[in-house]
Design a protein around this ligand. Structure first.
Ligand code: NAD
Length: 351
């Protein structure tokens, strides 16, 4: 009998890729999602069961455990917009912390004691050194990161008190899409660099940043959308911020390995999922130009508060303990993200 895994947030970007990878690895998958940020289309036809429910509603969560024989939980459901978390922090604490407490209560009352948790590099805060390993101090600088660290602390306390075992995966910047074009990144609004660069290449979508490439002014002249780069005076290779971009398929395989580890008797622990490679914003832009064959004009604006110069993972612990190793390059990720953007654009514009 195959183990059944509950994936919270499985209709979202990373969750839908994890659900597919878990199915491919032979697990039965039930997705619980309130569709606040996810899309039912992201799981439709993918061989997973879908329960429309909210982690903030204890009866919704309990109902899933009563109905299904859950062996372990992969918990991705969260509100994830860093800037929004600074203006409406209560939503983040309510959803991400209270929702997690409900989930854990339902798990424990049904004898389920294994969970994989989506954590983030944001738990580290301003880096004191780089690459960042798991022993780096955790000092998140925004409410989003704090909700994730609070959840991690709860897992530690629940392990000591109730024996609940967790693997917390601290992802760095997740990019890319399913290479068959079934699913991809689909946030509204989109706050991540790569999809925003790619979106700027498609006309006639809701425009939050100004004119788009391919738009025309009254005289028929093409209006070039100017992509804003925040800060070019960082102490990095070309002055722009450097991040560790990890492919969503590698992230999904990390969840499969983490699940096998826990189900195979592995202990409660936490791991970075990153590539150990840093790419600057300028480098990302130039790979996007190469892959799309389009020029992307930029303008430089002042630095944004809270953007560290460099965030790169040390991933040796995940390699050594989980046997995880990222396989995709940033070019692979941008290629699949571009193919996905085309599909999304065709779907959204009805073309
Ligand atoms: N995208 C990244 O680069 C990144 C980096 C680090 C960590 N993470 C973490 O990975 C996880 C997934 O991120 P994503 O980018 O796929 O986000 P996403 O918004 O696409 O997916 C989150 C999903 O959770 C669901 N959800 C939210 N609150 C819920 C609730 N109370 N009950 C039920 N469902 C709920 C949403 O509807 C959505 O489908 C999040 O926990 C996020 O913090 C993401």
């Amino acid at each position: 009998m195959n183990d059944l895994v509950l994936v919270t947030g499985g209709a979202g970007y990373i969750g839908s890729h994890c659900a597919l990878a878990l199915r491919a690895a032979g697990y039965l998958v039930v997705v619980l999602d309130n569709l606040d940020g996810g899309h039912e289309q992201a799981i439709r036809g993918n061989g997973v069961e879908f329960v429309h429910g909210d982690l903030k509603n204890f009866q919704d969560v309990l109902g899933v455990f009563r109905r299904y024989n859950v062996a372990a939980v992969v918990h991705l459901a969260a509100k994830t917009e860093v800037e929004q978390s600074m203006t409406v922090p209560w939503k983040y604490y309510y959803n991400n912390v209270y929702g997690t407490l409900n989930l854990l209560s339902a798990m424990l009352s049904n004898g389920v004691d294994k969970i994989i948790f989506s954590s983030t590099a944001a738990v580290y805060g301003e880096p004191k050194y780089t690459p960042i390993d798991e022993e780096h101090p955790c000092c998140p600088i925004n409410p989003y990161g704090r909700t994730k660290l609070i959840a991690e602390n709860i897992f530690d306390d629940y392990y000591r008190a109730y024996g609940l075992k967790s693997v917390r995966l601290r992802y760095f910047n997740v990019v890319g899409a399913d290479e068959l074009g079934r699913i991809g990144e689909w946030h509204e609004p989109e706050t991540h660099l790569v999809p925003n660069i790619l979106k700027s290449l498609f006309p006639a979508q809701p425009d939050i940043h100004g004119p788009r490439l391919g738009d025309f002014d009254e005289d028929g002249n093409e209006i070039k959308r100017i992509f804003t780069v925040y800060g070019n005076d960082y102490n990095t290779k070309d002055g722009t911020c450097v991040r560790d971009y990890v492919n969503v398929l590698d992230i999904a395989s990390g969840h499969v390995l983490a699940l096998r580890y826990l189900l195979g008797g592995g202990n409660t622990d936490y791991f970075n999922l990153g590539t150990e490679e840093g790419n600057s914003v300028r480098e990302v832009l130039s790979i996007c130009e190469k892959i799309t064959g389009m020029e992307i004009p930029i303008k430089i604006s002042p630095r944004r508060a809270g953007d560290p110069a460099i965030l790169v993972a040390n991933n040796s612990k995940a390699k050594a303990v989980l046997g995880w190793s990222p396989e995709k390059t940033l070019e692979d990720s941008i290629k699949s993200a571009y193919e996905w953007e085309k599909i999304l654009h065709r779907g959204l514009s009805g073309a």
